[in-house]
Write a protein that binds this ligand. Structure first.
Ligand code: BGC
Length: 252
């Protein structure tokens, strides 16, 4: 079984990548970061991926590459596009990347990658039952993990509460946009996580996204039946999860 893979995390503002040791979840290279090209178009992003991969240590040419992306991804096809060009909608992203990078790639949703990273290497390691990972950033991403197995594309950030797509109220971007205090934001999070809890009855919530570094400001303000804890893999979550899944699939 190959124990190394490349993980790449594409976001609306930055593209990060590293070489990953799949067994330990440790990065074997620097975490490289490039700006997302203006407009976030498919071919421009593929060019950045080429540059990024060429900068990583060369182990072997056919190393598995996992790529995570802020969209619903079904069988390598991106079916939506959050904060990147709408050209991604309906695109066979796996084929595009395979052609441009001349390697086999595995493409997945960004929050799914983060959830998988937490389940394999982080706060939900070896955890049984249902873990719900949520990433609070520009949007809200979600991942459902049951007994360590990922159920992809849950898209729970778009849960409708009071007739509103609640991502627009409870993402970290809403806190910034509306200049909400921690207390005001926590009230919205309380509503959001209570709804998730009532619908899915999880065993654990994990909260990721950049703001999870400041978890002490808002997690203690939430009153839920379910334990809610910050993510451990932080900045590398997407990279780790994407690399993990790419390696596993290349072994199948
Ligand atoms: C998208 C998800 C994505 C999340 C975090 C949401 O707006 O619908 O696919 O995982 O943002 O990037």
């Amino acid at each position: 079984m190959g124990k190394k893979a490349i993980g790449i995390d594409i976001g609306g503002t930055g593209i990060k990548g590293a070489l990953v040791d799949i067994k330990s979840g440790k990065l074997l290279s620097d975490r490289l970061r490039y700006e997302t090209p203006e407009g976030g178009r498919p071919k421009d992003i593929a060019k950045v991926l080429q540059a990024l991969i060429s900068e990583l240590p060369k182990i072997k040419d056919d190393l598995a590459v996992g790529i995570c992306f802020p969209a619903v991804v079904q069988h390598g096809r991106t079916l939506s596009a959050a904060n990147v060009s709408k050209d991604w909608i309906g695109l066979d992203a796996a084929s595009l990347f395979t052609k441009e990078l001349r390697r086999h790639v595995h493409v997945m949703n960004d929050a799914d990658a983060a959830g998988l990273a937490e389940a394999k290497f982080g706060a939900a390691k070896a955890k049984r039952g249902l873990t719900i990972m949520t990433t609070l950033g520009t949007g809200i991403g979600s991942a459902l993990i049951y007994d360590g197995v990922l159920i992809p594309n849950s898209e729970l950030g778009h849960l409708e509460i009071d007739g509103i797509d609640y991502e627009s109220k409870a993402a970290f971007s809403a806190k910034e946009r509306e200049n909400l205090s921690w207390d005001q934001w926590a009230e919205r999070l309380q509503k959001y996580y209570s709804k998730l809890e009532a619908l899915l009855v999880p065993d654990l919530f994990i909260v990721g996204g950049g703001v999870s570094k400041q978890h002490e400001e808002f997690l203690p303000k939430l009153h839920l039946k379910t334990k809610i804890i910050p993510a451990e893999t932080r900045n590398s979550a997407g990279i780790l999860g994407a690399a993990y899944l790419a390696n596993r699939n290349s072994d199948d």
